[in-house]
Design a protein around this ligand. Structure first.
Ligand code: UD1
Length: 421
């Protein structure tokens, strides 16, 4: 696959206002949940990203109808007639495994190609499978496929060994149409799970407890169509805040729920940035050098692993030595080699990275290896002394809507070079 590149002129001070798009990681399970409805689901504020397009392709493959009108996505699942998703489509996007729960509830049967490992780790599905089995689902795994069949779903107690976001969502989406009550313990607490609960309840489900470690789902007979607005993307918002600090700028990020990014705000303040939260915006100003600090990634409300690479880019130019410990994914330091090409001094010791801050980064030829690694390099290029060529920016397109337009408006100088096939 040929991919585009960015040519970025460094050292521009960024200032102004930027509006965060709807959250990709909230929208993906919401789209999957539309499979459950006996009517139309209208999702507002859906970001136009490649991952979202792949997810709608998955639904269309199952026989649903989907239509985008600007950032509104209309999904009609009444025409659903397929139950298999082939390898080609599954490989494009891991999160398509989120159809397991809603498909089994709606259709009684589903077969998906097992998602492979990805750049940041092996990413097993044992907790998804364990939870669905507790609800009465029979699962066959062979030839790289996962086939799930259930004549009837029964509510049950489910204990997750790890508070997995995807497993919590899949189990919720299966349990809403089960007979009886399901209790998920050690559930993930991410804001995206609260958003899913809100949509499901508007559809007529009886879910409570999302945002805590115990979620209770009382099964209902059927779910109806409704409208829902996707929460703002907390990872996108956090990325803009770091851009302000790395360029010595002053940025107000609009459409953000400050509580959702409280670990990022806390760490920015600890390093010396001025952060001014409002009801639905956050302003960040910074001058001089950021101060080194330590970070450990954890499940929400801990520091998000999806912000780890971007924060490492900032710590690369901080004053002093920082340690980042990655506890969620085993292989999420791929950006280190590329940051080193830009002059960063980082060593990896198992699950920790030791970052000796340097006064400035240099422009270089670098490559985005995955979505958030790409974001880290994008930020580094904005702050670097000279120009940078950032290859494979299609990875960044998976998670950031209108990135070029947004950053040009803030004063960045960048150009996208579209590669000819
Ligand atoms: C979601 C996010 C992703 C984010 C991650 C962690 C979406 C679409 N993606 O991914 O951007 O980086 O949360 O915040 O929302 N695990 C198991 N067994 C399982 C499931 C997970 O061992 O059955 C492990 C994973 O390998 C990982 C950890 O649990 O180490 C967390 O994964 P999980 O919360 O499931 O992440 P995702 O839902 O895949």
């Amino acid at each position: 696959m040929t991919m585009d590149r960015y040519v970025i002129t460094g050292k521009q001070r960024l200032e102004g206002r930027v509006r965060t798009s709807g959250a990709k990681n909230a929208a993906l399970p919401l789209i999957a949940a539309a499979i459950l409805a006996e009517g139309k689901i209208v999702l507002q504020g859906v970001p136009l990203l490649t991952d979202i397009v792949y997810m709608t392709e998955v639904l269309r493959k199952l026989g649903c109808q989907t239509e985008f009108e600007d950032n509104n996505l209309i999904i009609d699942s009444t025409t659903l007639h397929e139950s298999t998703i082939d390898e080609e489509l599954m490989r494009k996007m891991r999160a398509s495994n989120l159809i397991l729960g809603p498909m089994i509830a709606r259709n009684g049967r589903v077969k998906i190609s097992r998602p492979g490992g990805c750049a940041i780790g092996t990413r097993p599905m044992d907790q998804h499978i364990k939870g669905l089995k507790e609800l009465g689902v029979t699962i066959h795994e062979k030839h790289g496929y996962i086939e799930a069949i259930a004549e009837k779903l029964r509510g049950n107690e489910v204990y997750l060994d790890i508070p997995s976001v995807g497993a919590t969502e899949n189990i919720m989406m299966a349990a809403v149409l089960a007979q009886g009550t399901t209790t998920v313990r050690n559930a993930a607490r991410e804001p995206e799970i609260v958003d899913l609960q809100n949509l499901l309840n508007k559809m007529g489900a009886k879910v409570r407890g999302a945002g805590t470690h115990v979620i209770k789902i009382e099964g209902v007979k059927e779910l109806r169509g409704t409208e829902h607005s996707v929460i703002p993307d907390r990872i996108e918002a956090g990325t803009h805040l770091i851009a302000a600090v790395m360029t010595g700028g002053d940025i107000t990020v609009e459409n953000v729920i400050p509580e959702h990014i409280s670990p990022v705000i806390a760490k920015l303040r600890q390093g010396g940035a001025e952060v001014i939260p409002n009801s639905d915006s956050v302003r960040v100003k910074h001058k001089g050098r950021f101060k080194a600090l330590d970070i450990k990634t954890l499940a929400y409300p801990g520091f998000p692993t999806d912000m780890q690479p971007q924060f490492m880019a900032l710590l690369a130019i901080a004053e002093g030595t920082s340690i980042i410990t990655e506890t969620i994914f085993e292989n999420r330091f791929q950006h280190v080699a590329e940051l080193t090409r830009m002059g960063a001094k980082i060593t990896i010791e198992g699950r920790a990275a030791v970052i000796c801050g340097v006064p400035k980064l240099e422009g270089a030829f670098v490559e985005a290896t995955d979505l958030r690694a790409g974001a880290a390099l994008f930020l580094s290029a904005l702050a670097a002394e000279e120009g940078t060529v950032l290859e494979k920016v299609d990875h960044i397109d998976r998670g950031y809507e209108n990135l070029e337009e947004k950053y040009r408006a803030l004063g960045a100088k960048l150009q996208r070079v579209v590669k000819q096939p």
